[in-house]
Design a protein around this ligand. Structure first.
Ligand code: ZN
Ligand code: ZN
Length: 356
């Protein structure tokens, strides 16, 4: 019998952390903090640490890994599992780290005599994964942050072998939307082409979305694109993990990256970099600022002195994706996380889900 304790991430956007206990042993799915000034940690207590055997990490964003140091401080010394790419992105020493590589996809990996798992790509960030976990006689699914239709990143699901999951944790981050990501890219490229005399400013996140946009715009517009160092580093990871991409997709080397700043370039930089935003906005008074997700605080500033144009690109499942995921993952109990629109009392109406 599974005993589930939601330590954060359900009914809120951030600090994803789910504790599951079974016959005296326990596992943790992600261990994140809120992206607020207080960096609110999940509700971890000493009693959780005692039984903990393994921590499964879906990807390197802080709302999924930010509380790993807290876990260590509380005395956890058991296994921490993640993809080799996620570990590389974290760039911090993690005691008892166990990584897995692309060649183990779809295979059962043993954690101990009672816990084994399979993993697959979740399309959200290079190296991001979902887990199917066998925990004694029970089977769990954890989607991590999931994007079904990334332009570049592959998203898979567990093999359909008739498994009925005892519990599924499914990302519902964009449940209030219905978006076709390719359509968004096409509209964005058309918008840019229609305004040849403007520079475009993209405050960006370290995510698959950003590389999808850079890549699509470099293939479908003739604009020079400038990408800051941290994002360039992300782009380079795509060459190293071709298995993580849809077949025949790859990131082409950027043209004109060496060119000096100009008033008709596309600028991609980390959204936290307020100084860069300020510099570009000042330098190019007619430049158009593009917002591609929920507005980061830098975009809410009044001194931008210009409207911000929104092209919302999914980094989580929207309503249709969620219905499809819920159909594919046949679970006795589904817990939707990563949204203020869903909570423990929320469940999709049974008749809406056709398990086929
Ligand atoms: Zn994420
Ligand atoms: Zn997240």
């Amino acid at each position: 019998m599974l005993n589930i304790d939601i330590l954060g991430g359900v009914g809120e956007y951030g600090r994803n952390c789910f504790y599951i206990e079974n016959r005296g042993q326990a596992i943790l799915l992600d261990c994140g903090i809120m992206k607020n000034a207080e960096k609110t940690p999940p509700n971890l207590a000493p009693a959780h640490i005692k039984k903990l055997q393994a921590v499964f990490i879906s990807h390197s964003h802080i709302d999924h890994v930010g509380a790993l140091p807290l876990l260590k401080k509380m005395g956890y010394s058991g296994q921490v599992l993640m993809s080799h790419r996620t570990a590389q992105q974290l760039q911090q020493p993690i005691p008892n780290l166990h990584t897995f590589h692309p060649d183990s996809i779809g295979k059962w990996i043993k954690v101990n005599d009672c816990i084994a798992f399979q993993w697959g790509y979740s399309g959200h960030l290079i190296g991001s994964v979902w887990y199917k976990i066998q925990f004694f006689d029970e089977v769990l699914f954890f989607s991590g942050d999931y994007v079904a239709d990334s332009y570049l990143l592959k998203a898979t699901l567990p093999e359909e072998d008739g498994t009925v999951y005892d519990v599924a944790f499914i990302d519902s981050g964009h449940i209030e939307k219905c978006i076709d990501n390719l359509e968004v890219l096409q509209q964005l490229a058309a918008f840019i082409k229609a305004q040849p005399n403007h520079a475009f400013i993209f405050p960006s996140s370290f995510s698959g979305k950003t590389v999808d946009m850079i890549s699509y715009l470099s293939e479908h517009t003739s604009r020079a694109i400038h990408v800051d160092t941290k994002l360039q580093n992300l782009l380079e990871q795509y060459d190293e993990d071709p298995d993580n991409l849809w077949p025949s997709k790859k990131v082409l080397p950027l043209r004109h990256q060496h060119l000096a700043d100009s008033d008709h370039m596309l600028y991609f930089f980390m959204e936290q970099n307020d100084a860069r935003l300020e510099e570009l906005v000042k330098k190019y008074p007619t430049a158009i600022v593009i917002q591609t997700g929920y507005a980061h605080s830098s975009l809410k500033r009044k001194d931008l002195n210009r409207p911000v144009t929104e092209f919302f690109y999914k980094t989580h499942p929207d309503y249709r994706d969620l219905m499809k995921l819920s159909q594919c993952i046949h679970a006795r109990k589904t817990i939707y996380f990563h949204s203020t629109h869903t909570n423990l009392a929320t469940t999709l109406k049974r008749e809406e889900i056709n398990y086929g």
